[in-house]
Structures are given as structure tokens and as C-alpha cells.
Design a protein around this ligand. Sequence first.
Ligand code: IPM
Ligand code: MG
Length: 369
Amino acid sequence: MSVSKEKQFKVAVLAGDGIGPEVMVEALRVLAAVAVKFSIPYQLREERVGGSAIDVDGVALPDQTLQTCKESDAILFGSVGGPKWESLPPNQQPERAALLALRKTFALYANLRPAVCLPELTHASPVRESIVQGGFDVIFVRELTGGLYFGEPKYMKHESGEWFAVDTMIYWESEIERIAHVAFQTAMKRNRHVTSIDKANVLQNGILWRQTVDRVAHEYPEVKLRHLYVDNAAMQLIRNPKGFDVILAENLFGDILSDELAMIAGSLGMLPSASLGISKGNGRYFGMYEPSGGTAPDIAGLGIANPIAQVLSAAMMLRYSAGREDAASAIEAAVQRVIRSGLRTKDIHTEGTQLVGTTEMGKAISGAL
Ligand code: IPM
Ligand code: MG
């Protein structure tokens, strides 16, 4: 059977800096295996991004990289940044010039960040065993293209002998509505419970957020909704992470709280993420898929990084951009089997389990498929 080129699922592969390239190799290994198993024709185009692009092309997001992304169905992203580029002017740094630019260019407003703590890995959590016993499965739905990150005006100015800085928090009702729909629809496929985060006791943005989420909630009568102030949410997450299902938050609150819960879950090296744009109508989205963790420059090149976050990001890509739930769940099941069999990278290793490197872990997962 021959497949026309148009039917190929096109992936822009942007491995980036730090551990990005080494964990990407393993994600591509697993992708290749699952593509054979489920007969998914796909095409990869690898491009430079981040600090490694600055070194070669002078900018963090070269035109060619952007062009390839535009010609693709999805972006599989590694991670960008590192000490080498931290002294550049802020708007040239990899995080802003590549990551935030890609989010904005492709209007990737919906950031899905699963925070899963597997029952086998509760020991890796820094919180008491009694709190995480049995593991937990929560997902953040973070608004990604609005709020303080992108609001205008945004500047720094010198006046009356000192500097001052302005960032603008602005949300339009329509922006809150569309992300709320994502949260409620996500909840409908899970335990039907949404916790919405705001600061309605202080911010006008919080009042509008709460009102709008309440209104959208009427369309989902089966979903239970509760509102939490962001400071209280920070406490409740550590007191009882199992009490959450779907967490809906604006950009900055979601940034902060999703890191908190990732840490409670045990390993940043296990957690993927998806950043989605408007649906293409067939249940598929253009999306960017990346590990929740960063470049981990301290362990880059040592072959010890956990590739699971990158592998699971590829699974999310198959689910949301290729419409292949079957292949996505197969990867997730393979990861769980490998964990159950006792294989562990350094970040999640304990006595009685088998310590492996990045490559061995990737091979084990593709083998388990
Ligand atoms: C994230 C990161 C980014 C963010 C940084 C690198 C700009 O922390 O994806 O959570 O703040 O969104
Ligand atoms: Mg963050």
C-alpha cells in the first residue's frame, strides 16, 4: 500500500539545548517504533532552536526553523536556554525569543500539563508518603497567550532618578471562555471536577475570570466546579494533591502552580506538556509538545537524563495533532510497564530498582511497545 505524501504526519523536531538533544533521540526512537506498529506515515524535519541556534545563526528562532514549523502539523520541542545565553538582552534570550515567540506566533493558547505521580514512584516526591500514597493524576489547563506575559504596555523607564517597570495584566472574556471550555471538556473525559484559580479578592482580572468561568460552567452541568484563590490553591496542592482533577488557571498562576505540583509529583523528568491552538475541526490541533522540565545544564551530555517526559510529549502529540489515541495510549502503557519492571533513571532511582541511562530507558520503552 502506498501512502501519498500529503497524508504524512509532518513533525518539526526542535531539540534545542542542554539535555534536549539526548532525550529527543529517545522520543524519536519510540515514535519510530509506534509508527511501525500502528502504520502511521510520518515525516520529521529537524531544525535548530534556542541557544544552539544563537551560536550558529545569531538568533534563537531562525527563519528557516519558523518556516518548517509553519509547514508542519506539530512541533516536537526539547528545551531551550542555559547559563551561556543568560547575559544576553532579555528579548534575545532563548526562552523569550524562541519559546514565547512560538506560543504567540501559533496562538497556542491552551497549555495542558499532566501532573501524574505513579504509585510506584511516590518515594520520589518530597512530601510525606501519607499525602501521596497510591499516587495521583491531575492535569493543569493553563492559559498560555494572555495575561502578564504578553499584555501591553510592557516596558521599563527611567524617571525622577529611578527606574520603574510596567507589565499589564489583561484578559478578554473570549480568552477566558475558550480556555474554560478546554478545561471543562478535559474534565468530561476524566473525573468531572474543575478547580478554577484566580485572585478575585484583589484583581479585576480575577473577578472577570470567575464570572466567565461560572457562565461557561452552565454548559457542563455534569462537571463540578470550585473556585480557589491562588494563594489558597498553593496550600491545598501540597496538603492534598489527590483532591484535584482538572486545574484551570491563567498564564502566570498556571506557570507557578504547575511547577509546584510537578515537584510534588516527584520527577520533572516524567512530565510532558502540550500547547494547543484552535482546533482544526476534526478533533485535531496544531500543537507544540515539550517536557515540563528545563534544559538541566548540570547533567547535559552525561547520558543520565530521564527521557520519559520527552517520550510522553510525543504521545500527547499523537493524541492531539495526529488524532491517534491508539498510538498515544500504547506509548503511555509502555512507559508504565517499563516503570513496573523496575527500570529507573537516576532522578527516580531507589534501592531495589535497576539504574539505567537515557538510551537504555528509551530502548526499553520502544521494546515494550
Ligand atoms: C514554562 C516556562 C516558561 C514560562 C519560561 C521558560 C518562559 O517556565 O513553560 O513554564 O514561564 O512559561
Ligand atoms: Mg514554568
